[in-house]
Write a protein that binds this ligand. Structure first.
Ligand SMILES: C[S@@+](CC[C@H](N)C(=O)[O-])C[C@H]1O[C@@H](n2cnc3c(N)ncnc32)[C@H](O)[C@@H]1O
Length: 306
């Protein structure tokens, strides 16, 4: 189902608003604006301000609509959330009361075949959220076979990574791999059985997307900077969609939260999963700033070696 057919449905929105608890005259940062589902609910819940960030230039039109509707209560910055420090300095906002991160790819990005995020529809092998830098095609056609296998293993938990990388290499020596369906077919042939629970290309596509968009490094930098910036007792609500990102958020939470005060994992209700199947793998973690002294946490202390 496309986003249009679904209507825009921000995942875990009730839970995020309940946890964030927006209040009049406070300022929040929505680090992943997208179609503005979270921003809109925050702005509607009280007379607060939202600074929204997104790296994808295609969301600017939606940001303009929000600007017309909410005036000075809303501002948009086209940037990455690894730049939160710089953004907050530029906006001169004295106090940030809370953050929301809704990590990953949006329905708009996924449903647009030309962006190349989906193996369900044919499109160019692109997958760049910011629309700059190396494309998925560069990675698939140029990367050394063993390095490619490592990427699929580390960023996609793909156990079949060596075989997939071998097959990719075999194909690309004959012809450049150009489209999403072409790649999905090569991956499919790397699996023994025709009967799968999930499409066999799921993990490989996830790994390529995470790698070319630097998503783990972005999340690591974004969490550190948000935690450093949020005011005392402010909250950072993070929604993730797969275990690699969730592991980083969980480990970060365990490092910065006081002992015995770790917040529980919040998952969508069965009602939400039924009405929006894309929400089924979503997880919300809430990081509260109770500890005031804070030193940047290196990625190696969060169980990642990148
Ligand atoms: C799941 S969508 C967010 C949807 C949004 N919460 C809504 O309700 O419409 C994720 C968005 O975050 C953006 N994004 C992903 N990584 C980012 C980063 N490092 N910095 C800024 N934006 C990012 C993507 O471009 C995408 O638009």
């Amino acid at each position: 189902m496309t986003n249009k057919e679904l209507g825009h449905r921000p995942v875990l929105i009730e839970e995020v608003i309940e946890q964030l608890g927006p209040k009049d005259n406070e300022t929040y940062i929505d680090a992943t604006f997208g179609y503005g589902g979270y921003t809109e609910r925050i702005l509607q819940s009280c007379e607060c301000k939202v600074i929204a960030i997104d790296r994808d230039p295609t969301v600017k039109k939606q940001a303009e609509r929000f600007k017309k509707k909410y005036g000075s209560r809303f501002s948009f910055v086209h940037s990455k959330f690894s730049q939160i420090d710089k953004i907050s300095k530029k906006t001169k906002e004295k106090e940030i009361n809370g953050f929301v991160f809704d990590i990953g790819v949006s329905s708009m990005q996924l449903d647009d075949a030309n962006r190349g995020f989906s193996f369900m529809q044919d499109g160019p092998l692109d997958m760049r959220m910011s629309q700059d830098g190396q494309t998925a095609s560069d990675l698939i056609n140029k990367k050394d076979k063993d390095e490619l296998a490592d990427i699929l293993y580390h960023y996609g938990d793909e156990r079949n990574s060596r075989k997939i990388a071998r097959n990719i290499e075999k194909h690309r020596t004959q012809k450049k791999i150009e489209s999403t369906i072409e790649l999905a077919e090569i991956i499919k042939k790397s699996f023994p059985s025709k009967y799968y629970k999930k499409h066999p290309a799921t993990k490989t596509f996830q790994a390529i997307r995470i790698f070319i968009n630097n998503e783990i490094q972005e999340l690591h930098a974004g969490l550190n900077q948000a935690f450093n910036l949020v005011r005392a007792n402010g909250k950072i609500c993070v929604v993730t969609f797969h275990s690699i990102e969730d592991r980083l958020v969980k480990n970060f939470t365990n490092k910065v939260c006081l002992k015995n005060k770790k917040t529980k994992l919040i998952k969508p209700s069965s009602k939400e999963v039924l009405s929006n199947p894309r929400s089924r793998s979503a997880k919300l973690r809430v990081i509260k700033r109770e500890r005031l002294n804070f030193n940047y946490i290196p990625i190696s202390e969060l169980g990642f070696e990148l």
